[in-house]
Design a binder for this molecule. Sequence first.
Ligand code: LRH
Length: 493
Amino acid sequence: MSVLAFDIGAGSGRAILADVQDYRLHMKEIHRFDNTPVQIRKRLHWDVYRLFHEIKQGIWKAVQAGENVEAIAIDTWAVDFGLLGKDGELLRAPYHYRDHHTDGVMEEFQKSKISRRDIFEKTGIQFLPFNTIYQLEAMSRAESPILNEAVDLLLMPDLLRYFLTGEKKTEFTNATTTQLFNPKSMEWDRELVEAAGVSTDLFQEVVTPGTVIGELSVELCEELDTEPIPVIAAGEHDTASAVAGIPALDQNFAYVSCGTWSLMGTEVEDAVINEKAFEWNFTNEGGVNDTFRLLKNIMGLWILEECRRIWEFDEKVDYGKLLEEAEAAPAFAFFIDPDDFRFLNPAHMPNEIKAYCNDTNQYVPRTRGEITRGVLESLALKYRYVFERTQYLAGTPFYGLHMVGGGIQNEMLCRFTSNALGKPVWAGPVEGSAIGNVMLQLMASGKVENLADARMVTFKSTEMAFYFPEEEDTWHRAYKTFCDTIGVNNGED
Ligand code: LRH
């Protein structure tokens, strides 16, 4: 008996069959697919129809291989959603959170409707221009006709799960990312929802991670030639799954989940909603097993992925070669703030980086190697900035940092991170989100007892890479210049 986890990120998805025996996790990837968004006229959409097709392919492959699948769960990125009409049909392919329809909307919403402070008090969630609340506000302002027709709003994993089962529910970890959910009352916040121009009737009952939602629909069982399989809501926000998949044996630990985004923080029992968390724009996203994820979004490897996409217009870029070029480039030639929103979705990332350097009176990089090195150094230095503030907010120092996710295959980033922090880095597992997804399913069936047990299993099943700090003085000096350049306090003033 195995569980089937679909872990779908902003670039690709995978289907993983997994089981646990004697504290060892056995995982097999049976399907992998691209998740390429589609630009149609002015708008950037997710190809949710294709994604659902790929999910069915994954189930089909498992069934054809003769696997006895005991449960299925899906995790995806946060905030995005689909709207259903009264006939239960999807009204339009969901927008991508990097779409420009939300440009400037967050600021205007806060000026004209509800203040930043009130929003934070209610939700504990960081201000990102693409949070569901601002996407809805943008659609309301644009008088989107589908808002009038919509009777249900389903977040991305809710929607895919609805396609599988016909059941409409929203899962807690993902619900919190909308900035419309109050974690204290555990309810959708009526004032926020209505301020965004919609009704609370659109929203679903919120269920805790690990809830069995239903079974594959009768039509799907026929189509895929299978018996009904239970569908579970895991920690459906991929970052929640990644945090559940961290092989930490201590209760207090710091992590960064490295994919398209870097999500850095710690796990806490209660949301940290105070002046400093507000000032530093930290978030308290819901976690699994009654936890919260006190963390901050860092723009992450997206910046480099975008550079690579542009460079590939000229020729195929081998990642290994790119890192060799970066290794040969001079250190600390320039610094960027990865979280400057100009890097959220510019037309041409390398040119945006050059323009940033120009605007900040720095050396303007010319080669791929120089840009790659500068981006990775700045990411690692931003990690230090966020790491130190996480320690402050959590009220505890961390001995080192857990790094999980696909981005840890970039050894240079792991090495730079350890150097920047002056602390050890434990890198692994790569498939953090998928493992967290699997663990929630195994906990639902009782094969794994609790979160601590799950982390022990992950620990025993993961080959971790260790990094120890080098050149600490050089990195310490670089950190000060980095902070001066991007205009933040280095913690010593
Ligand atoms: C990472 C992630 C992140 C969100 C972003 C939209 O995949 O889920 O946690 O902020 O995508």
